[in-house]
Design a binder for this molecule. Structure first.
Ligand code: GLU
Length: 290
């Protein structure tokens, strides 16, 4: 039997905090208990926000925690051509369409719909209003003309088309700390016409995470509950691209004193600060329940 493969996949856009430490330690703990491998992947597709010093700090913080991972580490920014090739497959299948809208235009179209229907516009599980479909019905000629003229554009999944092509039902297997598995129903349609290729990068989080998990042979994905709903979309992308669906475990989030989830953007205490304040790795492990 092949060994289970786990991965921790941080983005180098800030210092790691206790929530990251928990996720990394849990992955490594699972890998150890299941006799599996533990990989690290640097999710740095957002070249404007990711910085080499944060990547260096990830290695430093994880090593300080006592974690050991396999080399070489996969860095997503080195694989834009893989994402491009996979995207062309989606395009050939007619699963995506180009979208030229700016955020402002999308907001205005939704406000207009809300006024017209006197109803709140539906939102995705992250709370973002679903794309109102403005560019869905552009003619091929117009879309090609606008692309040829250099107009910035993203590529979105055509969810109406996909519901006809691949109606489902969708499901995946989740596992718990004891290794028990159960089947979970997935509803990818609640994400609407998601962006798979952004305007400014040749991929997106959802697209590259699904491709890389498959390329790296990840069998078990362990990540925070904040990404649980995204798994529904990942299962659809795996089906569309003919990729295997790993097993998933979505762990609880480490909260701060006020009950909010830790976030780099809220300047939550970083591991580096905890270290500077005199905490040792053993104390961190204990605090996180290992
Ligand atoms: N790069 C993502 C993050 O830092 C995690 C992706 C994943 O585990 O699927 O939140």
């Amino acid at each position: 039997m092949t060994k289970p493969v786990f991965r921790f996949a941080p983005s180098p856009n800030g210092r790691l905090h206790l929530g990251h430490a928990y996720s990394a330690l849990l992955n490594a703990d699972f890998a150890k208990r299941f006799g599996g491998r533990f990989l690290l992947r640097i999710e740095d597709i957002d070249i404007a926000r990711c910085r080499p010093e944060f990547e260096a700090a990830i290695y430093e913080d994880l090593a300080w925690l006592g974690l050991v991972w396999e080399s070489p580490v996969r860095r997503q920014s080195e694989h834009f051509s893989d994402y491009r090739a996979a995207f062309l497959r989606l395009k050939e299948r007619g699963a995506v369409y180009p979208c030229f809208c700016s955020r402002k235009e999308i907001t205005a179209a939704i406000a207009c719909q809300e006024t017209e229907t006197d109803r709140p516009w539906p939102r995705d599980p992250d709370g973002t209003p679903l794309y109102p479909g403005t560019c869905r019905n552009l003619s091929d000629e117009e879309a090609e003309r606008r692309i040829a003229s250099g107009e910035p554009h993203a590529w979105r999944l055509d969810s109406a088309q996909l519901q006809r092509m691949l109606p489902g039902p969708y499901r995946y297997r989740r596992f718990d700390r004891e290794g028990r598995e159960e089947i979970v129903a997935a509803d990818p349609w609640r994400w609407g016409d998601t962006v798979v290729v952004r305007k400014e990068t040749p991929t997106s989080y959802h697209f590259s995470v699904v491709l890389d998990d498959a390329l790296q042979g990840i069998t078990h994905v362990v990540r925070g509950q904040d990404l649980e709903a995204a798994t529904d979309l990942h299962v659809l992308l795996q089906t569309l691209l003919g990729l295997p669906t790993p097993l998933y475990h979505h762990h609880g989030l480490v909260l701060d004193q006020t009950g909010d989830k830790l976030a780099k953007s809220r300047q939550s205490t970083s591991l580096a600060e905890a270290r500077a304040a005199g905490l040792d790795p053993q104390a961190i492990r204990q605090r996180l329940g290992f």
